[in-house]
Design a protein around this ligand. Sequence first.
Ligand code: ZN
Length: 301
Amino acid sequence: MRIGVDLGGTKIEVAALDRGGAAVARHRVLTPGRDYPATVATIRDLVLALETELGESCTVGIAMPGAISPATGLVKNANSTCLIGHPFDRDIAAALAREVRVANDADCFALSEAVDGAAAGARSVFGVILGTGVGGGIVVSGRLLAGVNAIAGEWGHNPLPWPADAERPGPLCYCGKFGCIESFLSGPALAADHQRVTGSRQTAEEVGHAAAAGDAPAAASLARYADRLARGLASVVNIIDPEVIVLGGGLSSIASLYRDVPALWGRYIFSDHVATRLVPPRHGDSSGVRGAAWLWPEPAA
Ligand SMILES: [Zn+2]
């Protein structure tokens, strides 16, 4: 069987998938706070306990924030954990005494939805996380595009395309630049935009619910959001032209996006007709562990 591990800032989830992709066991614990050795030891213990429970040795894949830098072999771009600067893939492989495959969590989301989720059967897939942050991953013919710098699909720190004057220079992003896509399209960004215009303090999900219930200011905030998302995705379509774009993360539950964004993106995509489909996720929160498990696509020995 395949074991997938989803290493998040607050929790670590582990699950085993059988050959058909059904989850046969899953467990979840709190992530040890800012303690790298304890994080590695917790993952090791979870995997070994699961193998004891299953009575067999499994392949192990791990979804993590950030990526292993091909230049240094150390973790980079992980903004919420203690992993940065450590050779996480080598440390976990040593702890488990086997090869372990490690990938970015947005990449695992994209892989999960491409293998047997909302984009199953599509040859090219862009998976998007719209949550606390904004990430992305690209899957072609069932395989992740890793990229020579291990940043393929990382569109969140590109600038928001076709900005209006009022969107320049845009909010200051934690990465040090102004106007990043993430600083317009993350959940906190939608909440901040709504508060700037209305003075009302609501979470992104609350804005989504209020808009669906007919609240005009919330609907206006969501309309601004949908247009920004349409522009952000149009620039991706213009480069990789995927068959399917799957949304994930907390904002993927806003149903109107799947109607409104494709109605808008034709203005920005350089094509007479846009066949790309924008779809909600099938596996949702489970995509971290599922995509991590599918980092071993070949049948288990
Ligand atoms: Zn940024």
